[in-house]
Design a protein around this ligand. Structure first.
Ligand code: NAI
Length: 333
């Protein structure tokens, strides 16, 4: 039985994590959940967004499933997600996105985005200058090399055919220039995988016009952030897409949407994004057989279209939708 840190988070977080646990248990994932607070809920209890015990638990278990958190209103709060990435050096942000027949706006998307997670403009170094402010964009050889190598290794492992590097090296000749030249060098080590590169603005247009031409993308932090939400839109929105933050020791899996305070407590939230994150987690801990079982059941429910949550065009509650997935899991076994 694997130990998993379960961070329910805020808003719809507790609802969707309970739902996902129900599905994981029904699928026979055999996980031992260790529940800890994070976000506004933790702040209200102990005055910290990420309490020390939560950090310790993640360090010890090495794998966490995290619900969305609310960023408290007011100045001086560091983003929980950025803090976790920096504390555990979670240098990879992995976002697979695949079209779902009849639900996605585009039916030809199957793209894995690998975003560098620790530097670029997200280091948050801003300073006053005459007449305004200035922000530092940091791109280092070490961080760029490891994310680019991770992308090619992922392509090799999962049989992906092409990796496209996203950059703006025509303008940012040193920072993005370094990222692109490291990409070109590392690509030479992977002769069976096609290497391609696109300038960020062109990439946005290409993805909207010809998403089927793209397989895997690797990008510095900011471009990766923007492009992965664009791709989420192509496949049906944030309610469906999940992400993993992975380091050499710790990995944290989450939905990419926020805590959705507007629908919290109404029992109508779509648990699929967090469920997809849980499936990525199962793959990570060597339980691909269980994740495949869940994905087949989900696929059946989505294709049948009889019981869907409101964001997917249906009228079912989260509970009804969850029960339908569980029913399909049981039908299969
Ligand atoms: P949001 O993603 O929470 O909500 C945007 C819209 O999508 C809302 O209308 C919401 O009802 C809907 N939505 C989101 N998830 C859904 C789901 N599973 N099922 C059905 N509908 C869903 O973004 P918003 O409102 O900008 O942020 C709310 C809070 O979440 C903020 O405090 C923000 O800082 C935080 N946030 C946290 C994230 C995280 O923990 N990973 C990511 C993004 C935002």
């Amino acid at each position: 039985m694997n130990d998993i840190v379960l961070l329910k988070g805020d808003g719809i977080g507790p609802e969707i994590t309970s739902t996902v646990v129900k599905i994981l248990d029904a699928a026979g994932a055999n996980l031992n959940y260790k529940e800890f607070d994070i976000g506004q809920t933790a702040f209200d209890k102990v005055g910290e967004l990420i309490p020390k015990e939560t950090m310790e638990a993640i360090k010890e278990c090495k794998v966490a499933l995290k619900g969305p958190v609310t960023t408290p209103i007011g100045k001086g709060f560091k983003s929980v997600n950025v803090s976790l990435r920096l504390a555990f050096d979670l240098y990879v942000n992995l976002r697979p996105a695949k079209s779902i027949e009849g639900i996605s706006k585009y039916n030809n998307v199957d793209i894995v985005t690998i975003r560098e997670n620790t530097e670029d403009l997200y280091i948050g170094e801003e300073k006053d200058i005459d007449g305004g402010f200035e922000a530092i964009k940091r791109i280092t050889t070490k961080s760029s090399e490891r994310i680019i190598r991770y992308a090619f290794e992922y392509a090799k492992k999962f049989g992906r055919k092409k990796v496209t590097c996203i950059h703006k090296a025509n303008i940012l000749k040193k920072t993005d220039g370094l990222f692109l030249s490291l990409f070109n060098d590392i690509a030479k080590e992977y002769s069976g995988i096609e290497a391609d590169n696109k300038i960020i603005d062109n990439m946005c247009m290409q993805l909207v016009m010809y998403p089927e031409k793209y397989d895997m993308l690797v990008a510095p932090n900011l471009y990766g952030d923007i492009i992965s939400d664009l791709i989420a839109g192509l496949v049906g929105g944030l309610g469906l897409v999940s992400g993993a933050n992975i380091g050499s020791d710790v990995a944290i899996f989450e939905a990419v949407h926020g805590s959705a305070p507007d629908i919290a407590g109404k029992g109508i939230a779509n648990p699929l994004a967090l469920l997809n994150a849980a499936c990525m987690m199962l793959d990570h801990i060597g339980k691909k057989d269980v994740s495949e079982k869940i994905l087949v059941a989900v696929d059946k429910v989505l294709k049948a279209k009889a019981i869907l949550t409101q964001d997917l065009g249906g009228s079912a509650t989260s509970e009804e939708f969850t029960n339908e997935i569980v029913k399909n899991l049981q039908l299969r076994s």
